[in-house]
Design a protein around this ligand. Structure first.
Ligand code: PLP
Length: 418
């Protein structure tokens, strides 16, 4: 059926070719460590793309899922369950750090679905409140909002969009962190805009305070629904419950997903009263979203992540990670292949790799491969950023151990013939 080689890699299998053809086969995990099919141990600097925030192999989460599965697994949204109601109430009340509350929570199964819901709500609000014709949507250069047709339409990357064009109409793009361009672009004909506070897939650029202020002011002025895509940054990853809090952003809608249910698929769009008030029965829906198992597990994740001590831990470990990356960056600051900026916030960080244009892909691939061979799993963001998004429970020692491997992988990649 498939063959796993001595490196725990599978090279031919029935996975679609969009994912490439070579996979490391993982078997299990514990805390910040992962083990491959042959038992080799890795430090996990990726968390399954910023998902496993509380680490792997959690007995507490498994027990909650098991207990709930024995009671009831699925009801559809024709009915309610206590875990979904409790989680919705907690998330609706989670805007204290933003100085606002949310009226309701639409659950889904993925980040893209949460963003689809948010974009649909923005258009619905504009149509019903501002009138026909005010349907435009704005997103920003280097953004990533998902792969479904709507979310893809606000993800302005030629590589992702071109194969599927034409996409949704009425969508414009503006430069990220450019308040003047934003001012020139926005008017009342926009229904909504969607923005990341730290651009997770597009290079780890963080939103400036000036840009956040312009977004708040202009969206309020033109009654535009401001959607913060916190699918990657939300629930503590950047050191505050929402990254919007530290950036000074005042979103109408927040979308969440990755860490929400401890690795199970669950997403949420947190919506304000002004949107909830104009919704009619049947406007939007989902069969699986917000089921009792995922929401029961998410309740426990929420209890852990929303504790002030937990967020202080993330901030502290985020500083340790930034310092370690700065040391690597200093060591390799010169040469044809060199390191550049350390970016990001909290435990979502990036290290820029600068190489000749035609060699960048190769250099990045070598860094990631060498890291894996040495026992570290790490991510990429954009074309040339090494992205680090470990489980949020990581210790300073584990960060240092992972960074030592990363440093060696970078050194070897830079000195290898490309
Ligand atoms: N939004 C952001 C900021 C993301 O980082 C991602 C995924 O990486 C998505 C949306 C899409 O989430 P999903 O892959 O769960 O649809």
């Amino acid at each position: 059926m498939f063959e796993i080689d001595k490196e725990a890699m599978v090279h031919a299998c029935a996975m679609p070719r969009q994912y490439g053809s070579d996979f490391l086969v993982l078997r299990e995990g514990k805390g910040v460590y992962l083990y491959d099919a042959n038992g080799k141990k890795y430090i996990d600097f990726g968390s399954g793309i910023a998902v496993n925030a509380l680490g792997h192999g959690r007995k507490d989460l498994a027990k909650i899922a098991y207990t709930q599965m024995r009671k009831i697994v699925h009801t559809s949204n024709l009915y309610a369950t206590a875990p979904a109601l409790e989680l919705a109430a907690r998330l609706a009340g989670s805007g204290a750090g933003l100085g606002q509350g949310f009226a309701a929570v639409h659950f889904g199964n993925s980040g893209a679905e949460a963003n689809e819901a948010a974009l649909k709500y923005a258009r619905l609000y504009a149509k019903r409140v501002k009138g026909e014709g005010n349907f435009k949507l704005l997103s920003f250069e280097h953004a990533f909002h998902g792969r479904t047709m709507g979310a893809l339409s606000v993800t302005p990357s030629a590589a992702y969009q071109e194969p599927y064009a034409p996409l949704l109409g009425g969508i414009q793009t503006s430069a990220f962190n450019d308040a003047e361009a934003l001012e020139r672009t926005l008017d009342r004909t926009f229904a909504g805009l969607i923005v990341e506070v730290v651009q997770g897939e597009g290079g780890l650029m963080a939103m400036s305070a000036e840009f956040a202020a312009a977004l708040n002011r202009l969206c309020a002025l033109h009654d535009i629904i401001l959607i913060a895509d916190e699918v990657q940054t939300g629930l503590g990853r950047t050191g505050t419950l929402f990254a919007s809090e530290a950036a000074g952003l005042k979103p109408d809608v927040i979308t969440l997903a990755k860490p929400l249910a401890g690795g199970l698929p669950l997403s949420a769009a947190l919506i304000p009263e002004k949107i909830n008030a104009i919704l009619k029965t049947g406007d939007h829906g989902t069969t699986f979203g917000g089921g009792p198992v995922t929401t029961a597990v998410a309740g426990r994740v929420w209890d852990i992540v929303s504790k002030p001590g937990f967020l202080a831990w993330v901030r502290e470990k985020g500083e340790v990670l930034a310092e370690e990356l700065a040391k690597i960056a200093q060591t390799h600051a010169a040469g044809a292949c060199r390191t550049g900026e350390v970016r990001g916030k909290g435990l979502l960080r990036g290290l820029e790799i600068i190489a000749p244009e035609d060699k960048t892909a190769d250099v990045m691939k070598t860094i990631l491969t060498r890291a894996r061979e040495k026992g570290l799993l790490v991510l990429r963001s954009g074309k040339n950023i090494v992205r680090i998004a470990p489980p949020l429970i990581i210790t300073s020692k584990e960060i240092q151990a992972g960074c030592a491997i990363l440093a060696a992988a970078i050194r070897e990649s830079f000195s290898a013939p490309h």
